[in-house]
Design a protein around this ligand. Structure first.
Ligand SMILES: NC(=O)c1ccc[n+]([C@@H]2O[C@H](COP(=O)([O-])OP(=O)(O)OC[C@H]3O[C@@H](n4cnc5c(N)ncnc54)[C@H](OP(=O)(O)O)[C@@H]3O)[C@@H](O)[C@H]2O)c1
Length: 317
C-alpha cells in the first residue's frame, strides 16, 4: 500500500512539474499588441532580444522562461551564435510554431546573388525551422543590393515572411541605396533607439516609406551601465505607477508604436519586462520621456570602422 501511495505521489508530481511548463503565459500572449507590417503580416510588438546570451543552457533557459511568461517573439542573429538554442527551446516547449515570431539576421559575408538564399537555408537548418518570420540584413556592409534580390525571392517562396534592414541608419545615402534598388521595400528597420536617442529623423524616414521601426538597446544596452534606468524622470513615473524603470521605458516604446525587444538573461528581468500590458502612460508622461531625447547613442563606431571590422569577422555555421 505504502509503495502505491509513493508511486501515486511521484506520478502526480510529474504532472505538476509538467503543468508548470504548459505555458500559462498564453493569457499574456492573447493580450499582447500586434503590429501590421507593410505586407499585411502581423508581428507581436514586444519580444526577447538574444544578443550576448550564450549558446547552450543560458539561451535555452532564457527562451523557455520567456515562453512560459507569455513572450511570443524572439530576436536572434547568426552573429549571436545562439540560433540552435532558440530552435531547440521552441521545439521542446511545445508552443505551436505559428504562435511564435522568430527573427534572425544574416551577416555581410552572406549577402549577394548566389549566396543569400543558401545562407537562409543554413539559417533554417540551425534554427530547425521550416520558415523564419523575419530575416534582417544585420549590417549595411557588403553586397546588400545584390543580396536583397534573394531576400525578395526567399519571401516569395514562403521560407521567410518578412524582410528587414538593421543598422541602415548610418546615412541617408546608404538607406536610399537599398530602398531605391528594392522591388520589395523592407517591412521593418532595426536601429538603436531609446529615450536618450529617439532617432526622430529615422522615425520620419521610416514612416514616409511605410517601414516599421524596431528598437535595439531599448533600455540603453549593457554599455550604458543602467544610465537610463537611473534617470530621475523615468524613476518618478515608475513610482507613480508602481512599476520598475525598465517597465516604464518598455511601455514608452510601445506607446510610441515601436517594436521593442529588450534583452535579458536574468529570469526575473525576463518576467518583469513583459508585465507592461496592464497600465498606460499618460500624454504628459509620454511628453516628459520624449523630452529626454539627447541623441545620446551608446554604439558609436564610425561607418569606416564598421566596414573594416564587419568584413573581417564572419560567424561560423
Ligand atoms: N541589430 C543590431 O545590430 C542589434 C544590436 C544590439 C542589440 N540588438 C537586439 O536588440 C536586443 C536588445 O538590446 P540589448 O539586449 O543589447 O540591450 P537592452 O535590452 O537595452 O539591455 C539589456 C541589458 O539590460 C538588462 N536588463 C534587462 N531587463 C532589465 C530590467 N528589468 N531591469 C534592469 N536591467 C535589465 C539586461 O540584464 P541581464 O542580461 O543581466 O538580464 C542586459 O544587461 C538584443 O538582445 C538584440 O536582440 C540588435
Amino acid at each position: 500500500m505504502k509503495k502505491i501511495i509513493i508511486a501515486t505521489i511521484i506520478i502526480l508530481n510529474f504532472f505538476n512539474m509538467n503543468a508548470q511548463t504548459t505555458f500559462e503565459g498564453l493569457k499574456h500572449h492573447s493580450e499582447q499588441p500586434y503590429l501590421t507590417l507593410n505586407n499585411g503580416v502581423r508581428m507581436p510588438q514586444f519580444g526577447l532580444g538574444l544578443y550576448m546570451i550564450a549558446e547552450g543552457d543560458e539561451a535555452y533557459n532564457a527562451v523557455l522562461t520567456a515562453l512560459n511568461a507569455g513572450y511570443r517573439h524572439f530576436d536572434c542573429a547568426h552573429a549571436y551564435r545562439n540560433e540552435r538554442s532558440l530552435g531547440r527551446a521552441l521545439k521542446d516547449s511545445g508552443v505551436p510554431r505559428d504562435s511564435v515570431w522568430v527573427t534572425s539576421k544574416l551577416w555581410p559575408n552572406e549577402y549577394g546573388e548566389g549566396k543569400t538564399l543558401q545562407a537562409i537555408d543554413r539559417m533554417l537548418n540551425r534554427l530547425g525551422l521550416e520558415y523564419i518570420d523575419l530575416v534582417y540584413f544585420h549590417q549595411p556592409v557588403g553586397d546588400y543590393v545584390g543580396g536583397w534580390k534573394e531576400m525578395e525571392q526567399a519571401m516569395a517562396s514562403g521560407k521567410v515572411r518578412a524582410i528587414g534592414i538593421s543598422n541602415f541608419d548610418v546615412s541617408d545615402s546608404i538607406f536610399d541605396s537599398l530602398i531605391k534598388n528594392a522591388k520589395i521595400k523592407p517591412q521593418i528597420m532595426q536601429i538603436e533607439c531609446h529615450p536618450y536617442a529617439q532617432r526622430r529623423h529615422w522615425q520620419e524616414r521610416c514612416a514616409a516609406e511605410g517601414i516599421q521601426l524596431e528598437c535595439w538597446f531599448p533600455l540603453g544596452g549593457r554599455d550604458s551601465k543602467g544610465e537610463i534606468l537611473r534617470d530621475p524622470v523615468i524613476n518618478r513615473i515608475a513610482k507613480a505607477h508602481g512599476k520598475s524603470p525598465a517597465q516604464i521605458i518598455i511601455r514608452w516604446h510601445m506607446q510610441e508604436g515601436f517594436s521593442v525587444i529588450p534583452g535579458a538573461s536574468n529570469p526575473d528581468y525576463i518576467r518583469e519586462n513583459i508585465e507592461v500590458m496592464d497600465f498606460a502612460l499618460s500624454n504628459v508622461e509620454m511628453a516628459a520621456i520624449r523630452a529626454l531625447d539627447a541623441e545620446k547613442r551608446y554604439f558609436v563606431m564610425s561607418y569606416e570602422d564598421q566596414v573594416r571590422w564587419f568584413s573581417q569577422w564572419n560567424p561560423t555555421d
